[in-house]
Write a protein that binds this ligand. Structure first.
Ligand SMILES: [Cu+2]
Length: 160
């Protein structure tokens, strides 16, 4: 009986070792890219980005640049930098969605959420996000930290 148990324990632990070894070699699976289509496009594969745009944010409550023109179909890799001392974020959307979201943020300032079209950037940090602009039109991006949107922290994206 004891022998059997020992054998079982040994078999168990060696399979654990194997599994561990496998895991070590296997690449950490990346979060899969969402296929959800929004009015302003869909999540992009950063490896397929054909354009990189750096967006600077500061406590002046402005984005630099604050106007972008993008060719329809392009996957853009955004490099979003926060040069300020406050939290800032870049959220892409339609003006209607951004306004609604900004109102919601005022009511629930601690609300935390993460979507592929948002980059929440701590002071002094940089975040990247990839977005594919599948639809032509006029869209916007804004900082929805309470008060920032109203202070003018908003930019325009023209897709054509
Ligand atoms: Cu901000």
């Amino acid at each position: 009986m004891i022998r059997l148990l020992l054998a079982a324990t040994f078999a168990f632990s060696s399979s654990q070792i194997l599994a561990h070894g496998d895991a070590k070699h296997a690449k950490k699976p990346a979060r899969s890219i969402s296929t959800e289509e929004k009015a302003f496009g869909r999540e992009g594969d950063p490896r397929k980005a054909s354009r990189t745009i750096t967006v600077d944010m500061s406590d002046k409550m402005r984005f630099v640049p604050d106007s972008l023109t993008i060719k329809q179909g392009t996957t853009v890799k955004f490099v979003v930098k926060n040069h300020g001392k406050q939290m800032h974020e870049m959220v892409i959307g339609t003006m209607k969605e951004l306004k609604e979201h900004a109102e919601l943020m005022k009511k629930h300032p601690t609300m935390e959420h993460d979507e592929p079209y948002m980059a929440h950037v701590a002071p002094g940090k940089t975040q990247t996000m990839a977005w594919q602009f599948t639809k032509a039109g006029e869209f916007h991006f804004g900082c929805l930290v309470p008060g920032h949107f109203e202070a003018g922290m908003v930019g325009k994206i023209t897709v054509k």
